[in-house]
Ligand binder design. Sequence first.
Ligand SMILES: Cc1ncc(COP(=O)(O)O)c(C=O)c1O
Length: 481
Amino acid sequence: MNPNDSKDPALSADYLDTYRRRTPGSAALYERAKKVMPGGVCHNPRYFPPHPVYINRAEGSKIWDVDGNEYVDLWMGHYTHILGHKPEPVYSAIRKAVEAGTHWGIVHEHQVAFAEDFCRVIPSAEMVRFGVSGAEATMYAVRLARGFTGKKTILKVRGGWHGANADLSVAIHAPMDVPESAGMLPEATRFTKTISFNDEEGTVAAIRREAAAGDLAAVVIEAVGQYFVPPVAGYLEAVERETKAAGALFVLDEIITGGRLSLRGAQGLYGLKPDLTTMGKVMGGGMNLGLVAGRRDVLELASPTQPKGKGVLMGGGTFSIMVPAMIAGRTMLRYLEEHEGEIYPELARKGEYVRRGVEEAFAARGIAAKCFGVGSLFTTSFPKVAVGAGAGAGTGAADAAGDGIRTVAEADIRNCEDVETKTNVKFRDNEFRLRMLNHGVYTIWGGGAISMAHTQADLDRIVDAAEAVAKEMAAEGRRTA
Ligand SMILES: Cc1ncc(COP(=O)(O)O)c(C=O)c1O
């Protein structure tokens, strides 16, 4: 069955029934899964009701579920696969690497060569420590910052996700002031305080306040906000400047943006020079990787030659520097370097095409929708209430129904808190996701990551799917999400 065939009678029925009818195999697997794994998953964002799709194949820009449905994939391995699933030449390098052994647990040249290339390509990286996940990379970045400065307080962005490590598991989702997790000691997060992305005045005031109190160790931030809300002009520069002026470390979490927004990540795109950087995802070439890189005088604290009490205890762990991971990461980095001139402009063009196409699809049906993103990353938000004013300003729906929704001015949504309070995230994550799946597109937060493997036909399929969803909603008399 062609999932894009709008003449398919199943698709004209209620979207939930349609989804259930298309995915009986996934439903059955979910029933089995939830008996033996909490929620049926091993990472929370992979769950969605009534059941996730279970896939059994991935290639290029596509994934296939156990019921034989084909999807244009926008999740792309948690934004990992910048060249698509199973890309050559990375995939053949991994195959060859596995022949040599998966895991030696003893130092080897591939690790040295990857580290050398990484430090050559990323100007802020004088040294690097490789581990296996982003969560541990950000945890160690915090520990290094505290060890180096001798201070305790960390400022992190409200809505920022840096993995589930205790230091940074504060104010991730609304309501932001409720603890994120049972089982975490309040003491563990006592010295983690928050700032709002794109609020320059508030952020600068917080940095100065903590610095004046004499206890600021670091500001940990992503260059592009949660849900890929872009930074406003001057914001990141102000954060870097003020953090460094306060004697604290500027820690840039580039686990999503590293290798994706440019060869040198967001720091390359926005001209930043972090003291410490974390990366993973793209930089692992499809294998498990989380790394901390940055200033030599800070990283040196992790050396085993440091005397006890002076050094910073930093893992990497049993499975760090696995041979295929080091080879895959290095092969990916070198490929990105060699093709830098063609990859990043093409990804930016593709991202813009999809963002514009999805917005226009909804605007044409009088439904307010706004795509956020930078380069190949995007999300779609659905404002709950009238935001912005004046036809033609920004993008969004015309006020044909007289319901007050005229435009979706960008300035009204500056960060994660705005997205979570002013837009219908429940609709985005449930109904919109299922409707898009029914039309053969796998989204996350209403969007995802475009890869080099996404063809023009794939991009058109994404826009066509959004158009079909907007049409269905309009036919049901819907004016807002
Ligand atoms: C910005 C950011 N930091 C850290 C992490 C944690 O990385 P990992 O899932 O590899 O532990 C993620 C994961 O999505 C992330 O997006």
